[in-house]
Design a protein around this ligand. Structure first.
Ligand code: BTN
Length: 260
């Protein structure tokens, strides 16, 4: 069940937009287009997903019509295609969207959950690889809760979950939030292409609120570091810990927890 592709005045993201009534996962639908070079910036959205996918193999629940569920297919140029940059790009676009609808400052919880008032209102699932034509691609899947009630999260056993409605008390239209998010993704992608990853770094530091703070850093290889987050750049993360400095790429870090 789908509507015809819409063509808009957007420049990159959402120039082509396919909205589905129901699908298993918008990421799955977007991945079907990776053999099409002209699908760069294609957005697939849905009212509901029957097998929404989350990080680490988890499922992602929605509530028909109550969440923004969308995936963007991009063929990013070499300078911006790193996972840390694409992750930050998606999360910052969400945070900037939230600034239009909520008074509280959104928080990006490493690597790419977005929280308002301590509640997770958005999750992002990045899937990337190389197309059959050897072009690197990324699908950025975004689930942004808009209209679910507290009873919904209680019944789903998601005590940390929230929606724009639970955090603001406002009943927003899901389609308004979706349109705003696609606009932010489009605008930010234009800046990222034109000026490179530096356009994201300041916002990344601002929305993650980790810089200069005492943190616990969990590396993908299993090590855990406790120290001060001394530097946060895509080029390098530096953690000052009791016995020295740890330097590494953001992609080496699975999670960062704020200690104080
Ligand atoms: C997370 O676990 O926090 C990430 C959740 C990502 C959910 C979105 S909803 C749209 C897209 N399609 C999916 O199947 N997953 C992502």
């Amino acid at each position: 069940m789908e509507q015809a592709a819409q063509y808009s005045s957007r420049t990159w993201v959402g120039k082509q937009h396919l909205h589905l009534v129901e699908t298993d996962s918008t990421n799955n639908r977007a991945l079907e287009y990776i053999h099409q070079p002209d699908a760069h910036g294609l957005v697939i959205s849905a009212e509901t997903q029957t097998s929404g996918r989350g990080q680490y193999g988890r499922t992602w629940q929605d509530g028909t019509g109550q969440a923004v569920l969308l995936s963007v297919l991009l063929y990013p140029s070499q300078i911006i295609q790193r996972a840390s940059i694409m992750t930050a790009y998606g999360a910052i676009a969400v945070a900037q969207t939230l600034e239009h609808f909520v008074n509280e400052k959104p928080l990006i919880k490493w690597p790419n959950d977005v929280l308002v008032n301590g509640k997770k209102v958005c999750g992002i699932l990045l899937e990337g690889g190389t197309t059959p034509h050897q072009v690197p691609y990324v699908v950025i899947g975004i689930g942004l809760n808009v209209r679910q009630t507290q009873a919904y999260f209680d019944a789903a056993g998601l005590p940390q979950g929230g929606s724009l409605q639970t955090v603001t008390g406002k009943e927003l239209k899901t389609s308004d939030v979706r349109d705003c998010l696609i606009d932010q993704l489009d605008r930010l992608y234009g800046e990222l292409q034109a000026r490179g990853p530096c356009v994201l770094e300041e916002k990344w530091v601002e929305y993650t609120q980790l810089s200069g703070r005492q943190v616990q850093v969990v590396l993908h290889r299993g090590d855990i570091l406790v120290g001060i987050l001394h530097q946060q750049q895509f080029g390098q993360i530096v953690v000052r810990h009791p016995t020295g400095m740890w330097h590494g790429a953001p992609e080496e870090i699975r999670n960062i927890f704020l200690i104080r």
